[in-house]
Design a protein around this ligand. Structure first.
Ligand code: NAG
Length: 443
């Protein structure tokens, strides 16, 4: 038998300190306390009816109507954001000054909360030197910012009326710096394969071993949106820790948790925030260096989950797993979902799914939908939360779309969300079909 690391693919969205992975010891196993039922926290909010439950002809008509509304909304948002990006370039110096001022107030806040000896996050520290060195660093940052701003406008000139790039908190970072801080620096060399499809992680690292075969088939929903079903929490911010996999997994099982306990215990997208830190602390390796979402979804199936308040996010991974009673997650098992439109849509009829994606192009994303294609390295994980069909494009095409939740804060993209075209062959839009997705299954 090959050594087990021979089949282990490099983890996703690693941060800079690859060496930490080598130093990390496995999380302690003293986290076996019994599971608690979640307490009742308030009045249950009834779920909106799913159009998946409608008769086929009605569902088709409803999906078409929703698609038209979505297209209008997107087109308007894209036009507005394009005009903003153009104005930003036309007034480049003023744009830089106000951008710098905003970053500097973030630096002040970060310094205040980090205290003495606390380190600034890398994306802020590149702006924070004093004296001559600081002046040189700022001149360089301005050059990077202006180059990105020109690039944003160049891409906007070519992106059509349904995709737009813009200024965000990453605009002073070069593509390489962005990749080094927020994405994986290592392309997965040999992902484990199963019947020709790429999987995320082999089962010998799973704590619960709750993987089951993909249980869905047959009916593909015309549309489903877990946001309107009330189970999708707002976008969070992973900060400068390559923990995208923990956030992608947590978002997926938060939806399962709310769907499972919402009616009886009163959990909603507004009062539910499950801990990513607990996932980092209680799995081996440096979760800031990268990981796979299936390992985390598997863990909560038998070990349970903690609320954010009980294990708040530190953007670092100490591997000190607290020995406490955890909440039952509502996740009974999970399955891989084959990388194609139909399977993803079928899985979404049950719950949001954690997926992997090529993240390089997302740095300046502002709004709209990515078309098929994109051949950059695989290095990020996010959560698909909806499926829309019959979205009319200006050229007469009808696109199907997967809206997805990212973990770069609500200032990024469309309030933290992004859209991918679904009706694509091959590895899909930004490679969302390259690996199998992970579906938490409620029970
Ligand atoms: C930048 O980050 C700050 C702090 O997290 C946030 O308040 C702000 O909305 C972000 N801005 C953008 C454009 O992402």
């Amino acid at each position: 038998m090959a050594p087990r690391h021979a089949v282990r693919a490099a983890p996703l969205c690693a941060a800079l300190l690859l060496a930490f992975a080598l130093l990390a010891t496995p999380a302690s196993a003293d986290d076996e306390a019994p599971l608690a039922d979640p307490p009742v926290v308030g009045e249950p909010v009834p779920m909106a009816a799913s159009i998946a439950a409608l008769a086929p002809a009605t569902a088709r008509a409803e999906a078409k109507a929703q698609g038209a509304v979505l297209a209008d909304k997107m087109r308007e948002e894209v036009a507005t954001a394009k005009a903003e990006a153009k104005a930003a370039l036309d007034n480049a110096d003023a744009t830089w000054q106000s951008y710098l001022a905003a970053q500097q107030s973030q630096i002040a806040e970060a310094k205040a909360s980090a205290g003495d000896g606390g380190e600034l996050p890398k994306s802020l520290s590149v702006l924070a030197a004093d004296g001559d060195a600081g002046a040189r660093a700022l001149a360089r940052r301005k050059a990077v910012f202006l180059r990105n701003l020109r690039d944003i406008n160049r891409r906007n000139a070519k992106s059509g009326d349904m995709l737009v790039f813009g200024v965000n908190n990453f605009t002073h970072l070069s593509a390489k710096e962005f990749k080094d801080i927020y994405l994986s620096s290592v392309f997965p060399p040999t992902a484990p394969e199963d019947s020709g499809r790429k999987l995320l992680q082999t089962k010998d690292t799973l704590q619960c071993n709750k993987k089951v075969n993909f249980p869905f088939g047959g009916v593909t929903p015309k549309a489903i949106d877990h946001r309107s079903l009330g189970t999708v929490t707002p976008a969070k911010n992973q900060g400068q820790c390559g923990s995208c996999a923990a956030f992608a997994a947590a978002s997926a099982f938060e939806s399962a948790f709310i769907a499972k306990w919402g009616a009886t215990k009163g959990y909603t997208a507004r009062n539910t925030d499950l801990s990513e830190q607990d996932l980092l602390s209680c799995t081996s390796g440096d979760g800031c260096e990268g990981a796979w979402p299936n390992v985390y979804v598997d863990r909560v199936a038998c070990k349970g989950t903690l609320f954010e308040a009980a294990a708040s996010y530190k953007a670092s991974d100490s591997d000190r797993c607290p020995s406490v009673t955890r909440e039952a997650s509502g996740v009974k098992s999970w399955s891989y979902v084959p990388g194609n439109e139909r399977s993803f849509a079928q899985a979404l009829s049950h719950n949001p799914i954690a997926i992997t994606v090529s993240g390089n192009e997302l740095q300046s994303y502002r709004a709209g939908v990515y078309n098929c294609g994109g051949n950059q390295p695989m290095n990020h994980a996010i959560t698909i939360v909806a499926y829309k069909t019959s979205v009319p494009m200006s050229n007469g095409e009808k696109w199907n779309i997967f809206p997805a939740k990212n973990s770069w804060g609500s200032g990024w993209g469309e309030s933290g969300f992004v859209n991918f075209r679904a009706n694509c062959g091959g590895t899909g839009s930004l490679k969302i079909y390259e690996y199998q997705a992970v579906l938490p299954i409620r029970g």
